[in-house]
Design a binder for this molecule. Sequence first.
Ligand code: C5P
Length: 247
Amino acid sequence: ARVVAVLTAAGSGSRLGLGYPKALVAVLGRPLVAHAARQLARTELVERIVVTAPGSHLDEVRSAVADAAISVPWEVVAGGRTRQESVGIGLAALAAACPGAAPDVVLVHDAARPFAPPALVARIVDAVRQGYSAVIPGYAVTDTMKLVAPALDAAGTGPELVAGTADRTSLRAVQTPQGFTWDLLVRAHAAGEERARSEETAATDDASLVEAVGETVWVVEGDVAALKITTPHDLAVAELLAAQVLA
Ligand code: C5P
């Protein structure tokens, strides 16, 4: 089965507050996008990687991926305004790069999760190959989860109101890479694009687009090493974990 991947790295990283894209932030002297590309390539399962980059930093992302010196063919394309748009652009680039025979399995992975272990990537690919056409990594949450309503004061900066408590035992925090049969993800994205045009909504992961077309999504065990870097705190944690995780 032919496995390809979209590596999303077109985000601005505004919550890190560094003034340049998150994918270019270095941990252990290497940009996040380079770590993520290396982790995907290390599995020796992925045949092609399309990286979505901010249009303003195409060259910088290209040289970051080039420095990663991976053996898998790759290209960098300009992403869209939302993650969903970026993945759609990545899928189109993969389709164009594989004329004739479409890939069988596609992974979508966030450069913001630079240390997703090869074993996790392999677990996702294996499950898709076994016939689960949409597979995502998830882990049980340890915090109690509340639904909240906005604060009541005029400025909206006061305490929020609790509107309910979720049943923690049935909640999973989900990660990437997410894996799909090629045809299913392409169909789910086409439907999602349609909705985005009429409703101005965008999905924060690809599995939700598959859910929206009524297909089943399956969860397999995630990995704490696939942590997502969003805030300066996450970056500090990643720096501490990196040496251990990449060993
Ligand atoms: O914003 P968030 O951290 O949820 O982004 C998740 C991933 O999607 C990141 O790797 C980011 O680079 C990517 N992204 C993208 N195109 C966008 C927005 C985010 O590829 N327009």
